[in-house]
Ligand binder design. Structure first.
Ligand SMILES: NC(=O)c1ccc[n+]([C@@H]2O[C@H](COP(=O)([O-])OP(=O)(O)OC[C@H]3O[C@@H](n4cnc5c(N)ncnc54)[C@H](OP(=O)(O)O)[C@@H]3O)[C@@H](O)[C@H]2O)c1
Length: 280
């Protein structure tokens, strides 16, 4: 079984390299620019193709690893070709296999295969893929074969309902991109206190990584500490008085979520005053 890629970007290169080092045969790459396809082929010891037709002909499994907005256009070109029996996958987190319109008339099988990971680099991120969950969905009869292919390379695979992909992707944004936004907010405020960036980096490593470990091993209720959990209304009022603009909005909104967690943890606490402060 040979795997080919349309789109020689970060995910295409990373997944191709992962397959290659785990003994899966690659046909190679077709991409928008020849330069990207040549680089990816070199990196994965496979071939580059100057036209889509040859890549498709040489591949049994095709990963469409272009940006989300280009998937439908690439598919429109692929579905004109002889693709009977081939597995066609894209890697979008938010789109499902339903984007492969008309696939039932082609005798090919469509899937989405999403690595739940920030793939930031063409040439190094492949080393992190074995730590990621790959969520898959698509044509029922051939889903086990695709799962087996991925698992045979040591990947962790889970199935997802195609109708929940947008919600799933939104959840991933909370756990990844929005954590970056939250960290940036904390850094803004710490810097206003005059802490050097060197001290800040050390302080945040202990605070953030320790907290992340606790939430992941014990759950949000056990991990939550601080003024909201303790129902320290005065401290929260003082914080809000120091803040303004977007940082104040973020503080208020996330504190309401913390309050929800606190209320589950301490059903006997009366958080009414705190709730009122956060809402005014
Ligand atoms: N990066 C992540 O963290 C991540 C994580 C999970 C899933 N994904 C998903 O993986 C997919 C690819 O994302 P990415 O981050 O790898 O994007 P990327 O680094 O921007 O790579 C996309 C590649 O597709 C090529 N391309 C664009 N339009 C094309 C077309 N019409 N025909 C052929 N090639 C075309 C580009 O070409 P050239 O270089 O040749 O110009 C580029 O190399 C997306 O569906 C994304 O949602 C990304």
């Amino acid at each position: 079984m040979k795997v080919g890629f349309v789109g020689a970007g970060k995910v295409g290169c990373s997944l191709g390299k992962h397959f290659c080092v785990n003994g899966i045969k690659l046909s190679g790459y077709f991409s928008q620019s020849m330069e990207s396809a040549v680089d990816a082929a070199d990196f994965t010891k496979s071939n580059y193709f100057s036209n889509l037709d040859s890549l498709i002909e040489e591949s049994d499994v095709i990963f469409i690893t272009v940006c989300d907005d280009a998937i439908a256009t690439v598919w429109d070109n692929i579905k004109q070709l002889a693709i009977a029996g081939k597995l066609i996958c894209h890697c979008s987190g938010s789109l499902s296999s339903k984007i492969f319109s008309g696939i039932e008339n082609t005798e090919a099988y469509g899937f989405s295969v999403h690595p739940l990971l920030a793939v930031s680099d063409r040439y190094n991120s492949y080393q992190e893929l074995p730590n990621a969950l790959f969520t898959i969905e698509g044509e029922r009869a051939h889903l086990p074969a695709l799962k087996e292919l991925l698992e045979s390379t040591g990947l962790l695979v889970g199935e997802i309902n195609p109708d929940e992909k947008t919600r799933y992707h939104g959840a991933a944004v909370f756990a990844s991109n929005l954590v970056v936004s939250l960290m940036a907010t904390a850094m803004d405020e710490f810097q206003k206190c005059g802490l050097s960036s060197e001290l800040l980096q050390k302080a945040l490593s202990a605070l953030v990584l320790g907290n992340a470990k606790k939430v992941l091993s014990n759950g949000p209720e056990a991990a939550l500490t601080g003024p909201i959990e303790r129902n320290d209304v005065g401290t929260v009022i003082n914080h809000i008085n120091q803040l303004s603009g977007l940082n104040e909005d973020i503080y208020r909104t996330l504190s309401k979520k913390a309050l929800e967690i606190g209320a589950k943890k301490h059903p006997n606490y009366d958080y009414c005053k705190l709730e009122e402060v956060l809402n005014t």
